[in-house]
Ligand binder design. Structure first.
Ligand SMILES: Cc1cc2nc3c(=O)[nH]c(=O)nc-3n(C[C@H](O)[C@H](O)[C@H](O)COP(=O)(O)OP(=O)(O)OC[C@H]3O[C@@H](n4cnc5c(N)ncnc54)[C@H](O)[C@@H]3O)c2cc1C
Length: 289
């Protein structure tokens, strides 16, 4: 008969030893919001490792060198962290909009990535910021990989999320569209990181969720903004480019028509948040007319 056993290692050394010693299936549980509350079937066999008590897996370090976040850090801690709000406001915003207070208090950044939901709210920000993941494999050894190369079926533990300084840009924003405001899985979410000075964009990186199996970069929209002045013509080109990105991502899908319209409103909110203007500023009103 098959059975599951549960282990709660106290530190990373104990966890590494466990990973390399156990031959059968291993699963992790962070906050359990996907595994327990969302009602996903629990693993029927093997070892379930509880990550919530591991010293050194829940931390945030944000300074001039970049940002490092432990894989078991809660979404609530990310939303409340002053250094993240300063260095990468989009990540704080995405965390603040992730589920309800109860969900944010349990949900972890590692679980948000590993769950690999198309609409996971933290992931578009991490993709746009060129995040790297500090992982531990089944052999107990560490390896670092780009977030875009992470695949949950390889069984890697996400020990930390690394946001190198050169991936961060001075402005950032995150917006989402969901069926309800307080407890909603996104129907569409977008993150933007940009240089913006004297009314002109420099480098721009944009990533969106719920437009495919994994969050992806919106390269057409990035090209429509990069190096351009913030004015009507740029915004009109940007909105057309966002629609073109939707067409390229989900051609023929039932939701295509809805999402290519919805992304316009989100796109203007995104720019407003990034450059510190009200979404009701005349600049945006004129573009939608
Ligand atoms: C009511 C409700 C509302 C929600 N709203 C949102 C929302 O608005 N936005 C959003 O993005 N998500 C939302 N979610 C989904 C969920 O809360 C997040 O994806 C959360 O971040 C998952 O983290 P967790 O620690 O709870 O994951 P868990 O449930 O513990 O684990 C999820 C998966 O990730 C794996 N895992 C966990 N930690 C690690 C790790 N460190 N390394 C490798 N694998 C790991 C587990 O093995 C499991 O397969 C919601 C869920 C519910 C139930």
């Amino acid at each position: 008969m098959s059975e599951t056993s549960v282990a709660a290692p106290a530190d990373l050394a104990e966890l590494r030893a466990m990973l390399s010693a156990v031959a059968g299936p291993i699963n992790f549980i962070g906050g359990g919001t996907d595994m327990l509350i969302a009602g996903r079937p629990m693993p029927a066999v093997g070892l379930l490792i509880d990550l919530s008590r591991i010293a050194g897996m829940a931390f945030i370090c944000a300074d001039d060198g970049g940002i490092r976040v432990g894989g078991a850090t809660t979404v609530a801690a990310i939303a409340a962290h002053r250094g993240i709000a300063t260095r990468l406001p989009a990540l704080a915003e995405a965390a603040a909009q992730c589920g309800s207070v109860q969900i944010r208090n349990r949900a972890t950044i590692g679980g948000n990535i590993a769950n690999a939901a198309p609409a996971a709210d933290l992931v578009p920000v991490l993709v746009a910021a060129k995040a790297r993941l500090g992982c531990i494999g089944r052999d107990g050894a560490s390896r670092e990989l780009a977030i875009c190369d992470y695949a949950p079926d390889r069984g890697f533990l996400i020990a930390e999320v690394i946001l190198p300084r050169d991936g961060l840009l001075p402005r950032s924003a995150f917006v989402k569209l969901g069926p309800r405001l307080d407890l909603s899985i996104s129907r569409l979410n977008i993150a933007l990181l940009a240089e913006f000075q004297d009314g002109r964009f420099g480098d721009v990186r944009i990533a969106a969720g719920a437009l495919g199996p994994r969050p992806l970069r919106l390269r057409i929209a990035e090209a429509a903004l990069a190096g351009r002045k913030l004015e009507h013509a740029t915004l009109r080109d940007f909105l057309a480019a966002l629609a073109a990105d939707v067409d390229a991502a989900i051609p023929g899908r039932n939701s295509q028509a809805y999402k290519r319209r919805a992304i316009s409103g989100l796109g203007l909110d995104l720019i407003a948040q990034a450059v510190g203007l009200s979404p009701r500023d005349q600049l945006f009103e004129d573009v939608v007319q």
